[in-house]
Design a protein around this ligand. Structure first.
Ligand code: WTA
Length: 694
């Protein structure tokens, strides 16, 4: 193992003069100054920071990293032992096979161990004396609207809901769908499910009712938890109406969900104004508060399911990524601690919504397992103006701020004055996730937001990985803006070519992972075959991430983005097939082909080519209808930037749409269309080009 390419690279890095104790503080980066070359652009950690960091030097990292890959069982079981186990596991990595050629892929960590993640996140911290520490700050949509819960209070709230859920018949292994915005009730609901061994499936509250139907039909929950409405900036969104529609529509294929627990979010909508189905709908405030504030924990096996989270794939049907309890618990906690150099006095704010994996691992579980104080914010970053984020940072004295490149780019556009009018003195560590961060945005985040004092953890990972895979460890390494740097402990990235051969040294290719790590997804809910086909068949012997990646001369990893049919819009994964199937559902649309285009703020945007049913004219009204069809079927975040009417789509003689050509047309690279000789009818191309600005 020690002969691994990246190990060798890192060995040579560790010998460079900026090793432990010698790290010099020079702000190599000056705002606006373009580096000679990205891979030579090193940003050195501040010596004071490094001295106090959990991993203070490249040597220390190498020592831990080597141990983690040479003896994963020993390495991870030491961390696992920090948590409470009702019964110890039988073996750390009980069974593992990532090679489909050798039979079914099976990953298990800490099998036979009995534990509970809610107990470890709450009771254990209360018992350790942190009961009066703030667990959760909540900032409402309106400035001045806020709340907080200590660990003790959070535990009580979770217990009441857990008791209620048990009372209404939710048992270990039952699914519960949670469709809530960023209210305190969202983490409370997740933890309450975990406490009684129920499997939560949080659906991002920006998803449409049709998307909710798909998810309900797939995981068949006993209960749906929602709220009546939410304010996002100056808009009020009636979430309960969306749930009502979804429940009405999903009764066809499931025993109908007979219970919808609804939190009354008074500042958005009163109960009198909320539509109500008697006998099915219950107000959270009325029914939950009567239950005791203590609730017995359901001890579950380390490999019992904790949650299902749906994500996009290459077909229109979303994939139900399933995570289990023990490995996920250890992995989310330890990655959080190291990648953000967590210290007990930190105030941590991750801007992600709990409806995505980032909210699961790094709003809720990872930080709470470490006894951290977390902050959640109900609203949007530009309300009442573009300075809101920094207003919040100052108000709560946030020390660790974790967000998405898209947010950085959108705030960057508004101008520095929105940032500099706030102090931001408390900030210590910054982080980004969800999409590649361009060096310009990195530099702005570093210089303007962080005053050139805070390391940035550019964390590469996925819904499927459960936690960070490639990430800087603040203080340990010099950073390169735009690079996610090096693998986390226990993670062995490999870059392979088209044929699946591992490439070494400086190279580009497909990013795969060798061997398992504790936070890995175990299956896709109800479809183990799709799990194997998607992740393990493309390059047998490895987990395939779906991302492209390059490794530079110093061993730094640079993620280049998805290489499959997934588009990353503002850090949200959207399958081209999902958007196409939504478009085709419109009665006037005959065919659709969707490609990604570059987008200044969102990273990528959706560009849709559509052919229409014979005789139907393309006009502004139809364009709007098509876009709203996508909004209604998936969610507003998936709305195409552009609808391009195509009398015909470019197809090969066997009828395959040539997306390569569509991508060129969408990105206006018209002089560089490439070889069109395989097309059944090449005259389609000039026709399409002529309609570019239609
Ligand atoms: C992309 C989000 C570059 C990548 C945690 C991945 C990134 C997909 C980064 C997963 C990063 C995530 N740099 N690209 N730091 N982080 N990605 O499942 O394409 O919503 O495959 O998980 O986001 O998105 P998901």
């Amino acid at each position: 193992v020690a002969s691994h390419d990246h190990l060798r690279h890192m060995d040579s890095m560790a010998q460079l003069p900026f090793g432990a104790g010698k790290i010099s503080h020079h702000n190599a980066v000056i705002l606006g100054e373009a580096p000679a070359s990205e891979e030579n652009d090193l940003v050195f950690p501040n010596a004071e920071f490094s001295k106090k960091a959990l991993v203070s030097s490249p040597e220390k990292y190498m020592e831990m990293y080597k141990r983690s890959v040479v003896d994963p069982a020993g390495f991870w079981s030491e961390f696992a032992s920090e948590f409470y186990w009702k019964k110890k596991w039988v073996r750390e990595v009980f069974s593992e096979n990532l090679d489909v050629r050798k039979g079914n892929v099976k990953i298990e960590w800490f099998k036979g161990g009995k534990t509970n993640i809610c107990h470890n996140a709450l009771d254990r911290n209360v018992e350790a004396g942190s009961g009066d520490k703030v667990a959760l700050y909540w900032e409402g949509n309106e400035p001045g609207q806020d709340g907080k819960l200590t660990y003790k209070e959070l535990l009580k709230n979770v217990c009441q809901l857990a008791n209620y859920l048990r009372h209404v018949g939710v048992r270990k292994g039952d699914a519960v769908v949670i469709y809530l915005p960023m209210l305190m009730q969202l983490p409370i609901a997740m933890l309450a499910c975990a406490r009684i061994g129920a499997v939560h499936s949080v659906v991002f509250a920006g998803f449409s009712s049709d998307s909710l139907v798909q998810r309900i039909e797939d995981c068949k929950p006993k209960v749906v938890i929602t709220c009546n409405a939410v304010c996002r900036g100056s808009k009020v969104i009636h979430l309960k109406d969306i749930v009502d529609n979804a429940l009405a529509d999903s009764t066809k294929n499931v025993d109908s969900v007979d219970l919808c627990l609804t939190y009354e979010n008074k500042s958005a909508l009163s109960r009198e104004e909320t539509k109500w189905t008697k006998g099915r709908d219950f107000w959270w405030q009325d029914v939950v508060s009567v239950f005791p504030t203590e609730c017995q924990v359901e001890w579950v096996d380390a490999e019992d399911p904790l949650f299902i989270l749906y994500t996009s794939g290459s077909t229109a049907k979303p994939k139900g990524v399933l995570h289990t309890t023990g490995g996920y618990m250890v992995y989310s906690a330890i990655t959080f601690r190291y990648a953000f150099d967590y210290k007990p006095l930190d105030i941590y704010w991750c801007t992600a919504d709990c409806g995505w994996i980032t909210g699961h691992s790094y709003v809720a579980y990872g930080p709470l397992l470490n006894g951290a104080t977390i902050l959640i914010y109900e609203g949007v970053p530009n309300y009442p103006d573009a300075g809101r984020s920094w207003d919040i940072v100052d108000k709560y004295k946030v020390t660790i701020f974790y967000t998405a490149p898209t947010l950085i780019r959108s705030l960057m556009r508004e101008g520095d004055q929105y940032v500099t009018r706030y102090s931001r003195k408390s900030l210590r560590v910054l982080g980004t996730v969800g999409e590649p961060i361009n060096p310009t945005a990195w530099r702005w985040f570093f210089n303007v937001v962080g005053n050139a004092q805070c390391p940035i953890s550019d964390t590469w990972w996925q819904t499927e990985t459960g936690g960070f895979m490639i990430t800087p460890l603040p203080g340990a390494w010099p950073q390169k803006p735009g690079s996610a740097t090096f693998p986390f402990f226990g993670v062995q990235p490999v870059i392979v070519d088209e044929k699946g051969n591992e490439i070494i040294g400086e190279c580009s290719g497909y990013l795969c992972i060798k061997t398992s790590w504790p936070g890995a997804l175990r299956t896709l809910h109800g479809d183990h075959e799709r799990y194997e086909t998607t992740y393990f068949k493309p390059f047998p012997g490895y987990y395939f991430s779906g991302d492209g990646c390059s490794r530079d001369k110093d061993g730094y990893y640079w993620i280049t983005g998805r290489v499959d049919d997934v588009i990353n819009v503002s850090g949200h994964r959207i399958g081209t097939a999902e958007v196409e199937s939504a478009l085709i559902s419109h009665p006037k649309c005959a065919e659709a082909a969707v490609v990604a285009i570059e987008h200044e703020v969102k990273g990528q945007g959706i560009y849709a080519f559509v052919t229409l049913v014979k005789g139907v004219p393309f006009n502004e009204e139809l364009r709007k209808e098509l876009i709203s069809t996508v909004r209604n079927q998936i969610g507003s975040f998936a709305a195409p930037e552009k609808i391009h009417w195509a009398p015909e789509l470019p197809k090969t003689r066997s009828g395959k749409i040539m997306r390569r050509i569509l991508r060129k047309i969408a990105s206006k690279q018209l002089d560089d269309i490439g070889d069109t000789s395989a097309l059944a009818d090449p005259s389609v191309i000039p026709q399409l080009i002529a309609l570019c600005d239609h």
